[in-house]
Ligand binder design. Structure first.
Ligand code: ISE
Length: 342
């Protein structure tokens, strides 16, 4: 039987997931959509057979004809909606952030752990990208020896007008936080954000680009350039330097074209929806499959979970503090082993 999904929030990411579940994903359909802009939800629902609008997000979660939830609502609403999903035992794929602060993220981790079921997946989609997957497999094979240093670049052509300097940390750099934890399999213990001379083309006051430095539990170094107003295209690069070699992904070397008059090059994806389209497809398909298997396994997640969302929130909190001072700030988080079942 088909999994009946409620998609809450049908802005850019939510609408993209609705399209993907409707046309690409097997074994699931969008049964309910919801958005605080009600007309937007109605317009979308009208294009999908068997899809209806539920006006209140909490009613959509509780709806007996909804089996699972995709949360693509604004971050500040996540806490309440995630707790409702747990209360009703509904598996949920939550776009980042898990919640907007560390204390509420931890409360969500604890509430899920107390249930003894893994119901929350967090939308760190890069873990599903083929190139990141290959990089992780290469690291885990041990062929390169111990990874020592990671260099990251994360560039957006533009960001919405409400994007401020702290959002560069919490919304953009957060992906490098998750990638670091994923690739190196350890927590980040300290963050420093350096704001060099700003891009003259960036909105007044926006500290863009930013350079982040992470230190991990075992003392490894990660640096990331996050630059969200390049005006160029969407570029995400990660290079791991290890004991016996290095590896890099995100080189945009798909198609290299040579043409008159003497030009050489290819194309760059314009945005994250294109660059990570395959990752989103794989993420949602694997989530749907895990949810369907969940009744037997008690695990409704195949990928990053509530703990990963909490860890990211803790690192970004330290990052936001460092953004003010420019100095390294220690990450404060509880030990995973202190929460039974987390
Ligand atoms: C956005 O929220 C994302 O998640 C994208 O992956 C990231 O590149 C962008 O900077 C964020 O604003």
């Amino acid at each position: 039987t088909e999994l009946r999904i409620a998609v809450l929030g049908v802005g850019m990411m939510g609408a993209d997931h609705v399209a993907r579940i409707t046309s690409t994903i097997t074994g699931a359909r969008v049964a309910v959509v919801n958005d605080y802009v009600s007309e937007k939800a109605h317009e979308l629902a009208a294009t999908i057979p068997g899809c209806r609008v539920v006006e209140d997000p909490l009613d959509a979660i509780a709806d007996p004809e909804v089996d699972a939830v995709v949360l693509a609502t604004p971050g500040p609403t996540h806490e309440k909606q995630l707790l409702a999903c747990l209360e009703h035992g509904k598996p949920v794929m939550c776009e980042k952030p898990l919640t907007t602060d560390v204390a509420t993220s931890l409360a969500v981790v604890e509430a899920e752990a107390a249930l003894g079921k893994k119901l929350i997946q967090v939308g760190f989609m890069r873990r599903f990208d083929t190139e990141y997957d290959q990089l992780k497999a290469l690291i885990d094979s041990g062929e390169l020896g111990r990874p020592l240093v990671v260099h990251c670049a994360h560039r957006n052509p533009a960001v919405p007008p409400h994007f401020d300097s702290a959002m560069i940390v919490r919304d953009s750099l957060v992906h490098e936080v998750d990638v670091t934890r994923f690739l190196l399999d350890e927590e980040i213990t300290s963050v420093q954000i350096i704001s060099p001379s700003a891009n003259p083309s960036a909105p007044q006051g926006l500290r863009d680009p930013q350079i982040a430095i992470f230190t991990t539990e075992s003392g490894r170094h990660v640096d990331a350039e996050v630059f969200v107003t390049t005006g160029v295209a969407y570029e995400v690069r990660t290079e791991v330097v290890a004991e016996h070699g290095s590896a890099m992904i995100g080189l945009d070397v798909g198609l290299v074209r040579k043409s008159a008059p003497g030009t050489w090059g290819g194309t760059i994806t314009p945005g994250f929806v294109q660059r990570f389209g395959q990752a989103y497809d794989t993420e949602i398909q694997r989530w749907v499959d895990a949810v369907k298997a969940g009744a037997e396994t008690g695990n409704y997640v195949d990928g990053p979970g509530a703990w990963d969302g909490y860890a990211a929130a803790a690192v970004c909190e330290a990052g936001a503090k460092s953004l003010e001072s420019g100095a390294p700030v220690a990450v404060e988080m509880v030990q995973r082993s202190s929460i039974a079942g987390a």
